[in-house]
Structure formats: C-alpha cells, structure tokens
Ligand binder design. Structure first.
Ligand code: RNT
Ligand code: ZN
Length: 423
C-alpha cells in the first residue's frame, strides 16, 4: 500500500496533467504561491486585548464575542500560540502587531511616548523566526479615546496626544523594517464618529486631515516603513457618521500617495472590496487589505473560502498585482479555539490565492476578448470542479505542514497540553 505521501504525489501528478490540458502550469503556480506572505494579525490571539493593562475595556466601537478558554495573557503566550499556528500554515508569513501590544517591563509608557524599546522582544522573536512585522497605531482602549474621538477631537490637546502617537508608531515601524530587512506597513485606523446624526460633518474631517498631515510630515525612509490609512462605514456607537470614511481616505491616500487599506467588513453589507482593487491601483502605487468576513455587519468573522474571498484573490492574481497589494487579515473570534481561528483563516486566504493561480485565466481572457461570453461563463464554471484539492494537499505536503484536517489534531493536542491550563 502506498504511503500517504506517495498518494498525495500521485494525486498531484494526475491533477497537474488535468490542469496542463487547459494551459495551467501548477508547478509554476505553487512556486508563486510560496512567495506570497500574508500579514497575520496578532489580535486574534487575545481578543484585541494587548498588554498595557490600562484596565480599559476594548473600545473604539470594536466588539469581540465569545469566551472560549485559553486566550493568550502575556506576550510570551501570544508568541507561543502564534508559532503553533505558523507551524500549521504553509509558507512564510508576517506578524501584524498593534501599539497596545507594547511590553512595558515595569515602566508605564503612554501611547505618545512609545518607542522601539517596548517592542524589542517582538523584534528579537521575529528575527529568530525569520518573519517580518507590520504595525498599527492603537486609537482605542485608552482613557483619551474614551469618548470615541481621537485625531478629530475638538480638544487640541487630545489631538496633539494622538498625533504624537501616530508619529511614534511610524518611527517604531521603521525600526521593525530596519531590524528585519523587510518594509513594515504601519496602518492607521481611528474610531472617530458619532452615534446620532451630526450637525457638523465638516469640522471633524478638517481636523482629521490636519492631524494626519502632522503625523505624515516626518519623512521616513520608504525602505523601512510605509503608511496606510483605513476607512470605515460605521462602528458600534458611530452608526450615523464616521469621520474617516472610505471617500475621505481614498482622497487622502491618493493626494498624499500613501497606501489605502480596504477592510472587507467596512462597507455596506453587499458591497465587496474585490472590485475596488483595480480602481484604487489606478491612482496608488500600493494598497493594503484587511481580509475579514462581515456577517450582516462588520462582525470580523474568521475568513472562510467564500466567493468574496475568491474574487479578492482573483483580482490580485489575475491583474498581476501581487507586488502591489499587501494582504493582511483582520478578524477576531473568541468563541472558538484562537489558534485554530488563525489557521483556518490564513489557510483559506492561501487556498483562495492558489485557486486564482490555477484558474485558466488565459483561456478566460481569450474568450472575453473574442466576445464569447458563453465560453467565458462555461470555463469559469467548469474550473470550479477541477482537482484543486490535490494541488493544495501537495502544496501543504511539500511545505512541511499537515495535509487536510490533520492540523486540527495538532491544535487539539496544544489545547489539551497548553491552552486548557490557562486559568
Ligand atoms: C476596525 C478596523 C481595524 C481593527 C484593528 C484591530 O474596524 O478594522 O483594522 O480591526 O486595528
Ligand atoms: Zn481592519
């Protein structure tokens, strides 16, 4: 009887022939796939808690639901959990941390005074793993953001505090980039908005624009850090008005030539970000994504292999945008095993990219160019049942990670040995 490894290889050979018949080179697709890094968000590991211990509830209109046992309580636990997740995900990926994951080592350092000091353990760890880091300013879960306003706050002193925070984080991002040899993306999202109909939509936007210009005034070497701004439609407590809306930031990013972050959960429920990618990239050199899955609202569910996800991957791959789209994940589910949540969402993102890479895009384009929309639709539908699973299994096997649901047993073991002992 052939070993499992042998069977996976045999299945791959058959699949490879099948794909070759429609002009798709699966070996080449897998090579490309291995070069794609996903920026995996730290905050799935501890329900967006962070380590500042300000005694502050999660703020900024963000909500995590669920109380599955075993969440990371310390930076070391978070690092350990993430390493477990990484061992079950094929490829080399990035870790995306928030400013509130600073390690204070006994000192109390407020957000406007943070420096690389508080992140040196993160850097050392990333270096040891050979991964890159991304970064985010934290404009929530803080007394000075308790009223849900930060960079657009009417109080100048509060704005100043948050402007300082913005600058400090860009400096820290640059240190990440320098230390790890991979450009850090520092992503700015603020919760600012209003629960009920505002009388003044203009003032806060003018103040936000001014604050952002202050933050981005300091020139930082683009080899080390690049900046992005992330808009949103609404949040909890900001249902009627969000200062940093999509249009606001699209205009801002284009006029300042910085990156724009499109979060899949930040638009109307039936609006998807896939179609926005090629439009934004007409005017921006690079964009960033927060791939998420909103259910009825920006609920940040674990990313699954939906049509939406596949459409996002197709837009990136088919348009040749792999070098211009920084793919990041953004979800937080506290109702299931958090390591599993990382693994499921990231493996799905990678699967979606692989599906796009092995699609018969040449044939689809040809049909479209010939005005043969019948063939385009027929080929797209037939492609859905090609032996993709065999290619994916082979990828996992050759990348040294569990094939199929074998990773789940690993996570269960980790839960039993480690997570369940956390009280
Ligand atoms: C909030 C934004 C933002 C956050 C993280 C924690 O709606 O999506 O990206 O999820 O910064
Ligand atoms: Zn986001």
């Amino acid at each position: 009887m052939a070993t499992l490894k042998k069977k996976i290889e045999q299945a791959y050979q058959l699949a490879k022939e099948r794909y070759a018949a429609i002009g798709v080179d699966t070996d080449k697709a897998l090579k490309t796939l291995a070069g794609i890094s996903i920026s995996i968000h730290c905050w799935q590991g501890d329900d967006v808690g962070g380590f500042e211990n300000l005694g502050q509830e999660l703020g900024g209109g963000l909500a995590v639901t669920g109380n599955y046992p075993g969440k990371a309580r310390t930076p070391d636990e978070l690092r350990m959990d993430f390493q477990k997740a990484l061992s079950l995900i094929p490829g080399t990926h990035r870790f995306n941390i928030h400013a509130c994951y600073a390690e204070m080592s006994g000192k109390k350092v407020d957000r406007n005074e943070l420096s690389v000091e508080q992140f040196k353990n993160w850097i050392a760890w990333a270096k040891q793993l050979g991964i890159a880091l991304d970064f985010n300013q934290t404009y929530f879960s803080h007394p000075k953001a308790a009223d849900g306003l930060t960079l657009s706050h009417p109080d100048k002193a509060i704005r100043k505090f948050w402007i300082e925070h913005g600058i400090r984080c860009r400096e820290i991002g640059a240190e990440f980039g320098k230390a790890l040899g991979k450009t850090c993306l520092t992503n700015l999202w603020i919760p600012d908005g209003m629960k009920d109909t505002p009388a003044d939509r203009r003032g806060p936007r003018e103040r936000l624009l001014e604050s952002l210009d202050e933050i981005f005034k300091k020139k930082i070497d683009k080899r080390y850090n690049v900046d992005s701004v992330e808009g949103k439609l609404f949040g909890i407590g900001s249902e009627s008005y969000v200062v940093g809306s999509h249009e606001f930031y699209l205009g801002y990013a284009v006029s300042r030539q910085i990156l724009l972050t499109l979060d899949a959960g930040h638009f109307h429920p039936t609006e998807t970000i896939a179609d926005k990618i090629s439009a934004c990239l007409m005017y921006l050199p690079e964009i960033a994504l927060h791939v998420s899955r909103g259910i009825r609202w920006d609920s940040d569910h674990v990313v699954t292999l939906t049509d939406d996800l596949q459409a996002i991957a197709q837009e990136i791959v088919w348009n040749g945008y792999l070098g211009r789209v920084r793919i990041g994940l953004d979800y937080f589910d506290a109702s299931i095993n958090r390591v599993a949540a990382w693994v499921i969402g990231t493996r799905n993102m990678i699967k979606a990219l692989l599906l796009a890479l092995v699609a018969p895009i040449e044939k689809l384009r040809e049909a479209e160019a010939n005005g043969d929309f019948t063939a385009r639709l027929a080929l797209m539908e037939e492609a859905k049942t090609l032996p993709f699973g065999a290619v994916w299994d082979y990828y996992c096997e050759t990348m040294g990670v569990p094939v199929g649901d074998a990773w789940l047993a690993e996570v269960k073991r980790y839960e039993k040995d480690v997570l369940s002992k956390r009280k």
